[in-house]
Design a protein around this ligand. Sequence first.
Ligand code: NPW
Ligand code: ADP
Ligand code: MG
Length: 277
Amino acid sequence: MQHIIPHNILSQTITKRPAVSHKGTYGRVALIGGNQQFGGAIILASEAAVNTGAGLVTTVTAPENHASLHARLPEAMVVDWTDLPAVKEIVRQASVIVIGPGLGLDSQSLALLKLVFASVTRQQVCVVDGSAITLMAEHDVTVPNHSAAFILTPHKKEWERLSGIPVTEQNEERNLLAKEKIPAAVVLKKHRTEIFFETDTYLNPIGTPAMATGGMGDTLAGIIAGFTAQFQPKDKALLAAVYLHSLLGEQLGKSHYVALPSKLIGLISRTMKQFET
Ligand SMILES: NC(=O)C1=CN([C@@H]2O[C@H](COP(=O)(O)OP(=O)(O)OC[C@H]3O[C@@H](n4cnc5c(N)ncnc54)[C@H](OP(=O)(O)O)[C@@H]3O)[C@@H](O)[C@H]2O)[C@@H](O)CC1
Ligand SMILES: Nc1ncnc2c1ncn2[C@@H]1O[C@H](COP(=O)(O)OP(=O)(O)O)[C@@H](O)[C@H]1O
Ligand SMILES: [Mg+2]
């Protein structure tokens, strides 16, 4: 059944922080991505997760990105993505894993994707974005069917690669049929993003073309991580993350020709505060 994300989703989802709590209460997020070319993608995703309130954030990325990540985001810990035993341990400890922003498509990237898919458990959320989706399609890597909470966030071209449905032929009926074969929630990113769960589908009623700029999807992946690390139920947290991302895009779009991801990230925490109940 097709629903529309309700406009009060943020106040329904964002809870006041209990006084007796600590950083561990708010989730451990591991973000994996950022090769030599696409370091910005994993930095934006990590900044979004930190600013959304994830308690402990670790970024697993190429060594070339470590200094810039530390300089921009001292709140995040950093792990070298070539150190697979260290990556495995970080993935084991995480409540939410994001893989894909700026990951790239080479053999190192594929090894990381396979490591994550082999390691995640039912207790974890795994957000699969960007290059990780393209890698799945290119190498026939499927979502492990053991009911861990997988969330795939393709744009239309990534969905074409994964589903086999050309962008121009994507419609609700064909998308639903393809989604049924994937044991994951699918966030199909576009002007009016659709979120496919097992039976229900939600349409995001907001968002603006001011958001059509590189890094905007990477930012969404980090917001989804922060929300699913902190708020229950997970499906609602996902919807709220998609909605907040577009709400902030619209807010920026009122006064800016283009909504820059880094500016959007700067608005997250203050806006969440307005909706806490
Ligand atoms: N600062 C950084 O480090 C950044 C790093 N990034 C990272 O780069 C990696 C590659 O991701 P990517 O999305 O840039 O490339 P890719 O998957 O080949 O898609 C491009 C193709 O898809 C098409 N297309 C796209 N959207 C569409 C739509 N809605 N509807 C229809 N078509 C659509 C598009 O079409 P065209 O533009 O040609 O019309 C083109 O053919 C990934 O890991 C990501 O995280 C980026 O986030 C940027 C900032
Ligand atoms: N015209 C538009 N209207 C509303 N939202 C848009 C528009 N164009 C892009 N967006 C949003 O921006 C994000 C783009 O994601 P993506 O293509 O993965 O970007 P990137 O990989 O560069 O970070 C998605 O959340 C999408 O819904
Ligand atoms: Mg993307």
